[in-house]
Design a binder for this molecule. Structure first.
Ligand code: CDP
Ligand code: MG
Length: 734
């Protein structure tokens, strides 16, 4: 195949490392494709280059995705200032040509389904168009995004285009972060935030227009929003609703919104050649790295690379390996600019992915699913698709939710490939076989509402006064047993009474933008007089990222530092609490973080979250200053009061099993309890992630007697009896 023509061979022979602790630590967070590697050592010579890899990947070219409406390239004379350039860029976006037509359609219809390829300018331009013709004077113009990073970065871009300060006329709101002001006219927000806003503003009175963007993603929150806004537009005839989607299956949206009109923006697409690996790849992260280098040395420089991986850990590993390997290659290859992008990436680094690649260099963006449709990066013409993403899956029967690395759908793979053909013809390298694409990938992604724990939204809907959930107008009805499980769970937590109505506790829980198990813990902390400790713990748990920093070369020191927080017991929860408290006691000192291998940015974020939770405690009249720092058991009891579903018990075989469903689970290698000599007989865990095995993340030891004390409706003496009778002589088995 053509792209192989310039492949190189190796004097750079990377020693194959023994599987170290670090590998296991990382690997455990990355499910491997489970296939046998089909790579061979190969040396291909090319014009004077001598080769770099000890192995390379064979791809076969399979298909060309034909572009429609080919456009000439965008290189023309550019005006001088940065801002003028930006404005000129606006006029070149596909939506620009349809501005008048679109605005006329909005005038005519209350609800419009907008369809246009990713990158056509829907998210950044549509709210501006609406504002330019005066809708901003009637109320705010809102635009929802399924992802926090997208909301932030798009708002930043639009503020730049409008030449205003972010947070003034253009702002964003995401959970735990509000960057808006009374001046704000264009407000980007996550779909989850709009749901929360409906709680306090059931008719969305402050808005004149609402754009439900990225509707095709069908996130749980977007799906719930559909049902709510469909109702709101009935009694707010002045509210314009635009449902915008990047895929062509708009009919379904149209039908759901009472046959709303569809407005199509023809895309601008160049053909994309798709290549598949000849054999399955066992380690897709490594395969992705090799492919990046293969592209880098063999393909013309004017084209950046976009790699789809599943999460932060993988992206960090890939970034590290890539930078190491390209450093080793030194001046023999052009500069490679590595830009990671994932949900928890600090915002100043997010901007980097949009910076224009300097000539003589190539940019490689390592992204999660976020770059599939939410973010468009100009200049990409090579896409490397690992074929996986991380999805929440929920087993309604066991009531367990876990984050699983899952194969993507064919539709998603095609979206990803399309990212390569925005500005010129491109290439997409799929790290799976053509056979696998055809036979193993589902045609379409299953909407989140069909595979998730509904606890959170059920609580929200209940507090909106929507009692009859089974008859709520869902676009795709969640399975009845998932709804029933959610109701049961909320009942078990005490948020609902036996008639399914919200209790006083439930009403207070709904104030918190947290999973019901966490909000329950916060509220119970009042009873055990440890609110201050619980807030710190909950804030640290809610981060979604690790506060601990573990550079490879200092892994031993980092581990020692981390384990120091665990000294004195209490598992991960109390280690997180100690970490936070010690940092607070150091007066939030950055050098303290440095000495203790704590990531300053993340722990600062925890402090923000904590402050907001404290504010919400005021609202529900909980004194958040009440502290009981001598008794960590109080904190753990409180956590258990929220998480009594997440209990694991050590079996005779030395493995843990969940208390009720008897599912075998393991302590995650990143836990401070991972190497405990005497594993505690009972654990509470924060969440399950399935990677190579079903792992419990964030675990703490508990006393089984707490269970019957705290959750007597869920645990009876018989459930915990075993541990009491452990020392009794064994009865003979038949
Ligand atoms: O929403 P849609 O996918 O239709 O397009 P968009 O997100 O509005 O993107 C339009 C253009 O804005 C693209 O060319 C992006 O590269 C650019 N953009 C940017 O430069 N910086 C951002 N933070 C977001 C978009
Ligand atoms: Mg968009």
């Amino acid at each position: 195949a053509k792209q192989q023509e310039a492949l190189l061979t190796s004097r750079y022979n990377e020693p194959k490392l023994e599987k170290s602790e670090q590998d296991l630590w990382e690997e455990s967070q990355t499910q491997k494709a489970g296939a046998i590697g089909g790579r061979q050592k190969k040396a291909i010579e090319s014009d004077g280059y001598e080769l770099l890899f000890d192995d390379q990947i064979d791809f076969v070219m399979q298909e060309t995705r034909e572009g429609y409406d080919k456009h000439e390239s965008l290189s023309e004379m550019r005006p001088a200032t940065e801002h003028e350039k930006i404005l000129e860029g606006r006029t070149k976006l596909p939506v620009y040509a349809y501005r008048e037509e679109f605005l006329a359609a909005v005038k005519e219809h209350q609800i419009l389904i907008l369809v246009g390829e990713t990158g056509s300018g829907k998210t950044t331009q549509i709210p501006q168009f609406l504002n330019e013709v005066g809708y901003g004077e009637l109320g705010k113009i809102g635009c929802t995004q399924p992802r926090r990073v997208a909301a932030m970065s798009v708002a930043a871009r639009v503020a730049q285009e409008m030449n205003v300060r972010l947070g003034h006329e253009v702002g964003y709101s995401i959970r735990f972060e509000n960057c808006t002001s009374p001046k704000t006219i264009l407000q980007y927000m996550t779909d989850g935030m709009l749901l929360r806003e409906i709680l306090t503003q059931p008719d969305l009175a402050s808005y004149s227009c609402m754009v439900i963007d990225e509707a095709h993603e069908r996130t749980l929150h977007t799906d719930i929003l559909f049902g709510l806004v469909k109702d709101i537009v009935r009694f707010r005839s002045d509210l314009k609703l635009i449902v915008s989607s990047a895929t062509l299956d708009a009919e379904k949206f149209s039908k759901y919104f009472d046959d709303a009109s569809i407005f199509m923006i023809p895309g601008r697409m160049f053909p994309v050649d798709t290549y598949y690996t000849k054999a399955p790849e066992a380690d897709y992260v490594d395969a992705a790295v090799v492919t990046v280098l293969q592209i880098h040395v063999s393909q013309p420089l004017n084209g950046d690379v976009l790699v789809f991986l599943t999460g932060q850990e993988e992206i960090e590993t890939a970034a590290e390996t890539l930078s190491e390997r390209s450093k080793n290659l030194g001046s023999r290859i052009p500069e490679l600019i590595i830009c990671p992008i994932y949900a928890n990436l600090p915002s100043e680094q997010q901007a980097k992915i949009f910076e224009k690649t300097p000539s003589g260099a190539r940019k490689v963006v390592l992204a999660t699913n976020i770059a599939e449709t939410s973010l468009t990066i100009d200049g990409i013409c090579y896409v490397i698709d690992t074929g996986f993403n991380k999805q929440k899956t929920y087993n309604a029967r066991s009531g367990m939710e876990s984050l699983v690395v899952t194969p993507i759908s064919q539709a998603a793979a095609n979206q990803r490939a399309g990212r390569a053909g925005r500005t010129q013809p491109g290439k997409c390298f799929r790290l799976f076989t053509a056979w696998s694409f055809q036979h193993e990938l589902e045609p379409n992604t299953v909407p989140e509402i069909l595979r998730t724990n509904m606890g959170n939204v059920v609580l929200m809907l209940k507090s909106l006064g929507i009692n009859d959930l089974l008859n709520f107008d869902f676009m795709d009805r969640p399975p009845a047993d998932a709804l029933i499980r959610a109701l049961e769970q909320l009942y078990a937590l005490g948020a609902l009474n036996d008639r399914g109505e919200l209790t006083k506790l439930g009403r207070r829980m709904a104030e918190f933008p947290l999973d019901p198990m966490l909000s329950k813990s916060v509220i119970v902390s009042e009873k055990y007089e440890c609110t201050s400790e619980v807030l710190s713990t909950v804030a640290m748990l809610s981060l979604g990222a690790s506060v601990f920093y573990r550079p490879k070369e200092k892994a031993v020191h980092a581990d020692t530092a981390r384990l120091n927080f665990a000294r004195g017991g209490g598992g991960d929860h109390i280690a997180l609490l100690r970490c936070y408290s010690e940092w607070a006691a150091s007066d939030f000192s950055p050098s303290w973080c440095f000495e203790n291998f704590v990531q300053v940015k993340n722990i600062k974020k925890a402090r923000d979250i904590r402050e907001q939770l404290a504010g919400l405690c005021d609202r529900v009249e909980i004194d958040h200053t009440v502290s009981n720092s001598d008794d960590f058991d109080a904190t753990l009891k409180t956590i258990t009061a929220g998480f009594f579903y997440n209990i694991a018990k050590l079996g005779r075989t030395g493995e843990y099993q969940t208390a009720k469903q008897h599912k075998t689970v393991y302590i995650h290698p990143s836990s401070v309890m991972a190497k405990e000599e005497e594993p505690p007989p009972w654990l509470v865990f924060f969440e399950l992630t399935f990677t190579t095995k079903e792992f419990m993340r964030q675990v703490a030891p508990i006393k089984p007697s707490w269970l019957v004390e705290i959750a007597p409706h869920y645990y009876q003496e018989t459930d915990i009896e075993d541990s009491k009778t452990k020392k009794m002589p064994r009865t003979r088995r038949n």
